[in-house]
Design a protein around this ligand. Structure first.
Ligand SMILES: *Cc1c(COP(=O)(O)O)cnc(C)c1O
Length: 428
């Protein structure tokens, strides 16, 4: 970015907004008057389209009753599949490889139950020591269910700096006794992007299956899961995809695994035309739909219908391009304004390695976040000393990035954060 003098004033930020091809989407969101919301990587905001499709769904219930399963604009019986079609472009997969179902945690359970088949020397699961706790808990319990001791059979690749994981170290750890690898596409704290294509290639050469947790990458960066031949993936839809609190999640299974029995079966794993035959022998769907279990949480899927229409209209490449511009601009401002205040930037600096948020560390992070909140700026505190700032392409502006950095500098200059306790809340 151009580092001339003018680059750091508010006028420059406004110019960037004027030239932003995605600017029109901001008006489609409910943004609380006077607030700057930089927490879209934890819970995305409500859009008018998402609100409308939720209301439409309630209307179909109101007017159709039981017939809503097969009638109306979005028949509930096929909604997981039709939403999967809408999501496929976001993960770079065919429609049949994607299904909207479950949650991150339940989908990881399902996929591990299906793909972790220890045998002979291959008994271990490989992950990384910075993984999100729910992923670790799920893997530990899946190991126990197969009679394996997690302390021996769950291998966690070490981080050398406490923030990022070196892909060479992951590759090094892909030894003969690894049966399955589960890694994040983007690390939830530092925002580091792992090279999924490279890791998949090496894993397959060593006869290991590999899956990714896309919670922080879905709706934020493009993926080519089919082309990269990733075996499976799973994610939530309430972060960058703005599907609402507790939105139904999603999963992807590569087509070469179609026909594989789901580890955790239920009647929605069934081929659709067979489901109501009510037989006691399951005929699984011949696509990713086989990894569903029970009745979909239709009301928690409805906002996604509207939200996904926005992503498909705007295009994930365009969204990524603005996101990189926003975080790049923020990094420039941090470098310019926040040098002498004890902040450390912990996200990777390179575009190819940097996800959709900036991760700052500071010993006073908890109360700096509280001070920001007292000014209606919503960051995301991560214990013990992390501040995540997510300027989101569809609804945040360059001027907001500028304003947040101005405020942060002022809070540090005035030591305003000292008015608050350096302690986290229950949800943080
Ligand atoms: C948000 C997140 C989760 C959350 O899982 P849920 O089942 O939706 O509660 C899991 N893993 C990662 C990496 C996340 O960022």
């Amino acid at each position: 970015m151009n580092k001339q003098n003018g680059t750091f004033n508010q006028e420059y930020a406004r110019q960037l907004d004027q030239n932003d091809p995605l600017a029109r989407y901001r008006d489609e969101f409910y943004i609380k008057e006077g607030t700057i919301y930089f927490d879209g990587n934890s819970l995305g905001l409500l859009s008018k389209r998402a609100e409308q499709t939720l209301l439409d769904l309630l209307h179909s219930w109101k007017t159709l009753g039981i017939d809503g399963w097969t009638e109306g604009d979005n028949p509930w019986f096929y909604l997981s599949e039709s939403m999967g079609d809408q999501m496929a472009p976001l993960v770079g997969a065919t429609n049949e490889e994607v299904i909207v179902t479950g949650s991150t945690t339940s989908n990881l359970h399902q996929l591990t139950a299906s793909f972790y088949q220890p045998g002979g020397k291959k008994t271990k699961i490989l992950t990384d020591e910075l993984a999100f706790p729910t992923d670790i808990y799920a893997l530990q319990s899946q190991l126990k269910l197969k009679g394996m001791d997690p302390s021996e059979h769950l291998v966690k690749v070490k981080s050398t700096d406490g923030h990022t994981v070196d892909e060479d170290d992951i590759i090094q750890a892909m030894s003969d006794n690894i049966a399955l690898i589960v890694l994040p596409s983007i690390l939830y704290r530092s925002g580091q992007i792992l090279d999924m294509e490279r890791l998949t290639k090496v894993a397959h050469k060593r006869n290991i299956l590999i899956g990714f947790d896309l919670c922080h990458s879905i709706g934020s960066i493009p993926h080519q899961l089919s082309e990269w031949e990733v075996d499976f993936a799973f994610w939530c839809n309430y972060k960058h995809l703005n599907g609402g609190p507790g939105a139904v999640g999603g999963l992807y299974v590569n087509k070469r695994h179609f026909g594989k029995d789901p580890g955790l079966a239920g009647w929605f794993s069934s081929r659709k035309d067979k489901q109501f035959d009510m037989e006691h022998n399951l005929t699984p769907a011949e696509h990713a739909g086989a990894f569903q279990m029970g009745t979909p949480h239709v009301l928690s899927m409805a906002p996604l219908i509207g939200s996904l229409s926005m992503f498909n209209e705007a295009g994930i490449e365009q969204i990524r391009s603005k996101s990189l511009q926003l975080t790049g601009y923020m990094l420039d401002l941090i470098d310019h304004k926040l040098k002498d205040y004890g902040f450390t930037v912990r996200n990777p600096m390179e575009d190819e390695k940097r996800g959709g948020h900036i991760f700052l560390e500071h010993p006073e992070a908890a109360r700096i976040c509280k001070a920001l909140k007292s000014h209606q700026i919503i960051p995301d505190f991560r214990s013990p000393n992390g501040i995540r700032l997510a300027p989101v392409a569809l609804y945040n502006t360059f001027e907001e990035v500028w304003l947040v950095l101005e405020k942060l500098k002022q809070i540090m200059d005035d030591e305003e954060y000292k008015k608050f306790e350096n302690k986290r809340g229950v949800v943080a």
